[in-house]
Design a protein around this ligand. Sequence first.
Ligand SMILES: *Cc1c(COP(=O)(O)O)cnc(C)c1O
Length: 408
Amino acid sequence: MKRFEDLSPSLRCIMTPGPVEVDPRVLRAMSFPVLGQFDPEFTNIMNETMGMLRELFATGNQWAYPVDGTSRSGIEATMVSLIAPGDRVLIPIYGRFGHLLHEIAERCGAEVYTIEKPWGSVFAPEEIIAEMRKVKPQVVAMVHGETSTGRLQPLEGIGEACREMDALLIVDAVATIGGVPVETDAWKLDAVIGGTQKCLSVPSGMSPITYNERAEAKVLSRKQVERGLRTDDSKLGGMSPVRSNYFDLGMLQDYWSPLRLNHHTEMTSMLYALREGLRLVLEEGLEARFARHLLHEQALVAGLEAMEMKLYGNPDCKMPMVTCVTIPEGVDGEAVRSMLLDDFGIEIASSFGPLKGQIWRIGTMGFSCRKNNVLRVLGGLEAALLRQGCKLPAGLALQAALDVYEQV
Ligand SMILES: *Cc1c(COP(=O)(O)O)cnc(C)c1O
């Protein structure tokens, strides 16, 4: 018989923009017994999770539930359900994930219009609204926090303009949900996608979404009912049916509604994890959690500046939970990352596309966003840079970060 070694993943200090460290309470929740998907105990957990998600998304929307799959599944479900073939879709792009929205919209058969900003900056909402007046889109899809560049796009005013022009606004808040305010109702966002493995600190594998009645109306206009589930097939064949079964929000919402019309088999253990992650968020309080992300960002930035590192991107639109650092001249960025991982057990991220080899991205998200992690990453980075022969004022970074912590 062939034998395999015990699985023994190392304990890491994960300071990337996801996936991040998971609270032990969430890991414990994942080991609880599996329930049947129609067991009232389980459907009760589904309903509770929906209630917690409404608080997280700051919404009174009926629909707030997870799509099973990584965050990309929530994005794809929302887009494929809300974009009908031939729809005009406007996508403002300021980093990698804007390009992802573009690609998905094209696959939905949309007539896609894009505007772009150089990486490291964001749009003024007025620029997007001016473009909307030209394009007259049925849908606007954009990213709230671009983890590829560490920039936060202000959304105020765009939702209002979408209402005036009868367009739906879809927002990718995968990286920002639970870390900075995402005001679904106040900002008039029609559909919002969140992520688990970033500021919620739940493993990757689910994508919480919410959408309002305006979005639901479009979903219902394209409504399909799975053959063989109902005796009455009269509702089959709405206009331009959603070109996906797994990602059809009309079918998913029937499953998450009291109808409990069977679709997929809900991911029991992942739902336990999400519920426990949300419980942690709501116990801490959203405001306190946002303040925590700002505090540790401040300590990290103070430390990096004390060691004379240059931060990448326009500081006015920096995401608190992602700090991009320009790799100093003559330093091998990957050698530094390897040393951090091998000698210190710390992971920081490299970058994509035009920024490859140019910057490191340090995440301070969710459970990973805490004092001992920030101090570890500063200490490790200083040592690794010195080891690589980089000249920097040694010994100041940790003191600068400790000063920030002493002030609170
Ligand atoms: C991480 C991320 C995604 C993709 O999430 P997956 O869970 O890897 O599918 C999408 N958008 C943004 C802004 C992200 O940061």
